[in-house]
Ligand binder design. Structure first.
Ligand code: ATR
Length: 273
């Protein structure tokens, strides 16, 4: 029987994970069955346990269960602990291992797929919620000259700075403090694009040779990407590469073989405009 994996979220209807993992399994010859589970808020542990009892080997976890997944695990990676959230679980006997591959998938997409090295560069991260938190360590590992976290509620950005400052040059600020500053990479890790809103970022942060990266996937030219484009930024990207790269990390963690991502990213890419 094929080894069972699943993604759990609420709502889960739109998920691309079964398609992505199906393509990976086919390409690497792994005998896997990957399904989507509609989780019930407040009942994550029961739903995950039920899948495990049916023989499940591992799960991807998406909103709103990433915090529940950390709590459910018996063993947490440093990444999952620092992010305070897990997006992948692995079941081995009595143990449940938690990992978080969102940030590493993002960093890999930016650096390897999009060719935007962060080393010695100035990086701006918009937002201080779960998505931004997951990006902190993988970004600092790339040794940027400076990583600036900007958030409407500055205290949340400052809390992230306090947690990460032992790992590298990180600084928190409010949007008004960005006047006159420019960055090589600007990443929108706020949830603003989900409501077609524009974070109050000044257009002057962008530069023509920089990269503007939108974490949301498949939303076309979001207000953030449109602002970057109008400011002359030539390189714009959405989160499709991050989505596929985090899936590849989970697949490698479960199966011991890392799938090629290029063809899958091309297949899922929706033109921005
Ligand atoms: P996620 O897990 O997707 O990061 P979250 O933890 O709810 O979601 O965090 C949402 C983030 O988007 C926060 O940083 C939020 O800013 P505040 O903490 O100041 O609320 C940010 N955000 C949401 N809508 C925004 C908007 N219109 N402009 C700027 N920031 C926004």
């Amino acid at each position: 029987m094929a080894d069972a994996y699943a993604v759990i979220g609420h709502p889960i209807g739109h998920t691309k994970s079964p398609l992505i993992h199906g393509l990976f399994a086919e390409a690497t010859g792994q005998d896997m069955a990957y399904t989507a589970i509609e989780g019930r808020p407040g009942h994550f542990a029961e739903d995950a346990q039920a899948f495990r009892a049916r023989g499940g080997r591992g799960m991807n976890v998406t909103a709103p269960f990433k915090l529940d997944a950390v709590a459910f695990a018996t063993d947490r990676s440093e990444r999952a602990r620092l992010a305070g959230a897990a997006n992948a679980l692995k079941f081995e006997g009595e143990r449940v291992f938690a990992e978080n591959f969102d940030g590493i998938g993002l960093a890999r997409d930016v650096v390897h797929n999009l060719g935007c090295a962060m080393r010695g560069r100035r990086v701006l991260l918009l937002g201080a919620g779960g998505a931004a938190r997951g990006a902190l360590l993988p970004f600092l590992e790339q040794q940027p000259a400076e990583l600036v976290i900007v958030n409407r509620s500055v205290d949340k950005a400052q809390a992230l700075q306090a947690e990460a400052q032992a790992r590298g040059p990180v600084r928190a600020c409010g949007y008004a403090d960005l006047a006159g500053q420019r960055f090589d990479l600007v990443v929108n890790a706020t949830s603003a694009s989900l409501r077609a809103e524009l974070p109050p970022v000044p257009a002057s942060v962008f530069q023509p040779d920089g990269l503007a990266y939108e974490l949301a996937y498949g939303k076309g030219l979001t207000p953030f990407l449109r602002l970057a484009q109008q400011s002359g930024t030539r390189r714009l990207a959405d989160g499709v590469g991050m989505l596929v790269e985090q899936a590849a990390e989970a697949f490698a963690w479960w199966r011991g073989v890392r799938p090629e991502t290029g063809a899958v990213i091309r297949r899922l890419t929706v033109p921005l405009a």
